[in-house]
Ligand binder design. Structure first.
Ligand code: CDP
Length: 222
């Protein structure tokens, strides 16, 4: 039987987080952003002084032993990530974290460490879970699977419009380049690469409004 999960995957800055959050809100179900887990691990490793440009499973494994990740219901009513007991806030969206997260997310031991935590959310009943490998690896038997994309230029424009995500002085061209680098790392890694599940519904959101994408998704969901 299919698991009661709405999986939303796609490349960087394709609008997944906005869409997944709003779809969950309309349906009145929890929304789980798995990218924040990889970002939290990366942020913590940076704080510990690790040189992540040359990261490895060996370097990360003692770090994982000291990390406690929880998702708790915040004042907003939504589930938010806690890193060692505290809400990390905007720090996990800093340009430094963004530039290193795909290197950390490529490590098999980091992914294995997160798989059980991600699958545990199925106990909440229907959820919307967003990431890169939800429909392929975490919940291959999810009831609904969507894969969101948009042209690189559109994604760069969206990312630039988001506060704090792009470094000072960034341009559409520089952001598009950084996004392309992250997509390349995410889609070519050996473990759980970014990939559309064969049975996922592909939505190219270029030129679509947020409301149009949400309505498109909700039409499929019973
Ligand atoms: O918001 P944006 O699409 O830019 O990124 P995110 O969803 O917060 O994910 C940040 C990074 O975490 C991605 O570039 C991937 O390297 C990694 N990630 C992953 O490997 N698997 C997931 N399920 C979610 C994120």
């Amino acid at each position: 039987m299919a698991v009661n999960v709405i999986a939303i995957d796609g490349p960087a800055a394709s609008g997944k987080s906005t869409i997944a959050g709003l779809v969950a809100e309309r349906l009145g179900v929890p929304y789980i952003n798995t990218g924040n887990m990889y970002r939290a691990v990366t942020f913590y490793a940076i704080q510990q002084g690790l040189n992540l440009a040359a990261c490895s499973e060996e370097k990360l494994s003692p770090v994982l032993e000291h990390i406690k990740l929880d998702y708790v219901k915040a004042a907003s009513g939504q589930y938010e990530i806690k890193l060692n007991g505290e809400f990390p806030g905007a720090e996990i969206r800093s340009p430094e974290v963004v530039s290193l997260v795909s290197l950390v997310a490529a490590l098999p031991n980091v992914r294995t460490w997160l798989i059980d935590k991600q699958r545990e959310f199925a106990r909440l009943g229907r959820i919307v879970m967003e990431g890169r490998d939800i429909g392929t690896v975490i919940f291959p038997d999810a009831q609904y699977k969507f894969f969101l994309t948009a042209t690189p230029e559109e994604r760069a424009r969206r990312r630039l419009a988001q506060d704090g995500e792009a470094p000072d002085g960034a341009t559409v061209e520089s952001v598009a380049k950084a996004i392309a680098e992250r997509d390349l790392l995410d889609s070519t890694r050996k473990t759980a690469p970014l990939k559309k599940a064969d049975d996922a519904i592909l939505i190219d959101t270029s030129g679509m409004s947020i409301e149009q994408v949400i309505e498109h998704i909700l039409r499929y969901i019973k």
